[in-house]
Ligand binder design. Sequence first.
Ligand code: ADP
Length: 511
Amino acid sequence: MAEQTVHVMAIDQGTTSTRAMIFDRLGQVVAVDQVEHEQIFPQAGWVEHDAIEIWKNTRTVIGGALAKANVNSKNIAAVGITNQRETTVVWERDTGRPVHHAIVWQDTRTQKIADRLARAAPDDVGADRYKKTVGLPLATYFSGPKIAWILENVEGVRERAEAGELLFGTMDTWLLWNLTGGAENGGVHVTDVTNASRTMLMDLTTLQWDEQIAADMGIPMSMLPEIRSSSEVYGECKPGILDGTPVAGILGDQQAATFGQACLDKGEAKNTYGTGNFMLLNTGTEAVQSENGLLTTVCYKIGDEPTVYALEGSIAVTGSLVQWVRDNLGLITEASEIETLAAQVDDNGGAYFVPAFSGLFAPHWRPDARGALVGLTRYVNKSHIARAVLESTAYQTREVLDAMNADSGVPLTELRVDGGMVVNETLMQFQADILGVDVVRPQIAETTALGAAYAAGLAVGYWEGTDDIRANWGEGKRWMPQMDEADRERFFRSWKKAVTKTLDWVDDDVI
Ligand code: ADP
């Protein structure tokens, strides 16, 4: 029986774990296997991953998912990859050995490099020096400055990079290269347009690397992978892993979630609540420049079809604040307990928690901000703090939604949501209240992996077209606003005041 059934596999290489998921034609999950990897914090603000560990985990979960589904590689029509974006690996072409741990998207060590590049710009543009070309401001978040840091700080690496001995990749490229043969069997060195659009090195219009920006950052072109669409056959898995199965889809995790949520028409948006929050608005075939602190990014490109772009609001700390309350404060032992604790009170008791742990991302882009818990009085207890923690995710999302409405000129009427935090009913109701629009969770919550599976399946004809994706999407649960308008705006004004308390913190005394 199992021999005849054909599925699609997605590898979801996330910030905290790597998963392999097998889907059927209806987009239902057939099997999943997952392994966490180590978070390496060498000093304050630095976050690293061991790329070798991640590759090993990838092989483990591929085997695990196949075993759980009771199928073998012949039952897998194609593999798609989705990944934590921006995280940067540099490795040896001849051996596959990374020259340094992967530098993770949250890592802030490249602030000086970003400042240096901004200072070298004509005065009026500063951090927006490359924004017209790449859609992004100079910030520690993106890959280009992370590559520059490795080249500038790891002994001997610059010379070897210039001699063509080293390769750069985001996690999609690292896994694809290894899956398709690596050093020994001619691994394919390719990335897709969505991941490339997060490097600060790709021209959004030509979809090619910008040689001048690479030169400004001191990055040799020979390190960079070839940029391809998000849905095409890039190569086949080498024997022993998925035996000749085509790898046929790559999407950065947030773009994959947008695709998996079937936000395929201009004006449709989704918000993913994970370690951080990422809201993407499909802007169709036009790359819209934001006037309000959002990023312009590639949403997806299916084979030879026109490129679809998105506006993105990235929030660095949302679910990871819940982890911080669990791990650093010990107020809870499981993430889900934050809801139980918060439910013991009706409101935040006047406390607002702005988790600017890595500065503030969208829409503020303030690297000088640091976290603050404000509005404290003798009255405030740990339940109020738990509520303030959950509310901070909703308020940050409101800031991003306001920016999107301002940029697009067409207010969003409902928001599709997904990610690890959307099981939290208290948060979702408060989110609808504070946005004043409906919040909708789909039946299939695994939108990120599903998006990558769709991209791969479309390339090999497993699904015929995007109408299949639309047809598979079904509404799971809807939260409607219940708060009255005056309260909504009063609370949001207090939040905005709280944000001002976090700014200008980092200076010569505090780094
Ligand atoms: P990622 O893909 O970024 O690793 P996930 O989508 O798996 O993240 O979501 C995990 C995040 O969700 C964690 O940061 C965790 O703290 C948070 N989380 C999980 N369950 C809950 C819950 N019940 N309430 C609030 N936050 C939660």
